[in-house]
Design a protein around this ligand. Structure first.
Ligand code: ADP
Length: 476
């Protein structure tokens, strides 16, 4: 998981925990306060009505044999309060008979304190009366209602009851709205926090990513790659020390290359001189001539080594001009150059490059690559071998390859053939050679962003060296 994703995830976790721990108790508190306020409002209305009618209620009569005769003022008070507060109000006398009903559902005198209305029974069954508050599902209205019932007290006696009932839908929607509001605030806080975390994570991750890119460039051989000291102090300092390391590395490598190039160059002239003198001794004849002949072979080997070292030093220096090169053309030219030596060795050199395959490289580098590969095939394969030089524009990019149906390279030697000075079994048997040819090939191909690999030759026999290159940039 990326650094940015980790940081954002950690921020998301912390923010969610913080928001939930803070908001849930707060929302519950607000819900409780809303409920209390709502219930207190209904209770106040009921108490007020009870207080306003406590002088008039005794006038409606309390004889169980005669129905109550409530004065008009009670009905007026009940109706007015019910209308003003949006509640349903009923008044019963001490026997539980209906005295007034703002909803006018039942006639006056109906027995109301029954099992279906336990709140009235609860209030009237206590001598001095008591306040009853409950929630109950009303089967008549099909919803939850809040019932607040208070006694009508006259001369310390409960002479009746006032019941205020109201739908809980309004309270529920108020509670739901406040939860929604808290939820919305929480989501906004988390989103803003996440945006901030993303911004912070980006300012941290970007310089690290750039540093990683730069080190990857340096790793692939671009010694000019330098980091930009940016971002937080610690990462900027890391960029600075990375640059110092790259500087030292580049200076070291360039000094090595210079040394190698100079040494190889300086060795060439005396070697030519020695060779000329040995040739002169050979002319003399006799024992000295035979020794000189052998020494000349050694000098040739040394000259080849010096040439290969020089080629390697040149291949590793980044100073070559690139251009669009047609691999098919390079292959055709190489086949032309090597047809003579191949025929002499009794081999068949074939060209397989029918259509153009363009790569961004240097023509001389590619010619050098093909020279080394074809020379190896001629050197390490017996007469009668078929060598094929191929240039194709493959699905993944242009490819240049040299394959043969010779003896091939043993499995255990394959991973090491591109190492400097490595000579496989066939190389050691062949005698001449420096073990640098394939290292030069890998260096020259890598210099143009390509890669060279060794696989089995055509029809599974022999070896095939395949250099693949990236597609050249399209010039508009
Ligand atoms: P050199 O040819 O100087 O030994 P190279 O780096 O060119 O060095 O090759 C390394 C080794 O790979 C050779 O010594 C040889 O054993 C093996 N090799 C390279 N090309 C072939 C080939 N076409 N067939 C068989 N062996 C090969």
């Amino acid at each position: 998981m990326s650094l940015r994703a980790r940081l954002v995830l950690a921020a998301a976790y912390l923010l969610s925990v913080a928001v939930i721990t803070l908001e849930v108790p707060l929302a519950r508190y607000v819900q409780k306060a809303d409920t209390n306020e709502f219930e207190a409002g209904v209770l106040t209305n009921a108490v007020l009505v009870a207080a306003r009618i406590n002088d008039d209620l005794p006038l409606s009569g309390s004889d169980p044999l005669f129905p109550p005769q409530p004065p008009a003022v009670i009905t007026t008070i009940v109706d007015q309060t019910a209308q003003a507060t949006g509640t349903r109000m009923i008044v019963t006398d001490a026997l539980g008979r209906l005295v007034a009903d703002s909803a006018s559902e039942s006639p006056v005198g109906t027995s109301y304190a029954t099992e279906e209305r336990p709140e009235l029974l609860a209030v009237l069954s206590v001598a001095g009366g008591k306040i009853d508050r409950r929630r109950r599902f009303s089967s008549t209205l099909g919803q939850d209602l809040l019932y607040v019932t208070v006694p009508v007290v006259h001369q310390r006696e409960a002479i009746g009851a006032v019941r205020a009932s109201v739908s809980l839908a309004a309270l529920n929607s108020r509670v739901w709205r406040s939860w929604l509001g808290f939820g919305l605030i929480g989501v906004i806080v988390i989103l803003v926090g996440l945006g901030l975390a993303w911004f912070l994570a980006t300012t941290l991750a970007r310089p690290v990513q750039r540093l990683e890119d730069t080190s990857a460039r340096l790793g692939t051989g671009d010694l000019t790659a330098r980091a930009q000291p940016e971002g937080p102090k610690e990462i900027a300092a890391l960029g600075g020390s990375f640059n110092r390391m790259a500087e030292a590395l580049a200076a070291n490598i360039s000094a090595q290359r210079d040394f190698l190039a100079n040494a190889s160059h300086q060795l060439r002239t005396p070697l030519t001189g020695i060779k000329l003198r040995l040739e002169a001794i050979e002319q003399e004849g006799g024992f000295a001539a035979a020794q000189a002949k052998k020494a000349e072979g050694e000098v040739d080997r040394l000259a080849e080594l010096v040439n290969d070292l020089l080629a390697l030093a040149k291949a590793s220096s980044a100073e070559a001009a690139g251009s669009r090169v047609d691999l098919a053309e390079v292959a055709a030219e190489a086949v032309e150059r090597w047809t003579g030596p191949a025929t002499e060795a009794g081999m068949d050199l074939e060209l397989d490059a029918l259509s153009p395959a363009t790569a961004w490289a240097n023509g001389d580098d590619l010619a050098h690559v093909l020279d080394n590969l074809i020379e190896n095939a001629i050197r390490y394969c017996p007469g009668g071998t078929r060598i094929r030089v191929r240039a194709v524009d493959g699905a993944l990019g242009p490819i240049l390859s040299v394959s043969d149906n010779g003896p091939g390279i043993p499995e255990e030697d394959r991973p090491r053939v591109f190492e400097r000075f490595f000579r496989g079994e066939s190389g050691r048997k062949a005698g001449s050679g420096s073990g640098l040819g394939l290292a030069v090939v890998a260096e020259l191909v890598g210099r143009w962003g390509g890669a060279v690999r060794l696989r089995d030759g055509d029809s599974g026999q022999g070896s095939c060296f395949e250099a693949s290159f990236p597609r050249p940039p399209t010039i508009p």
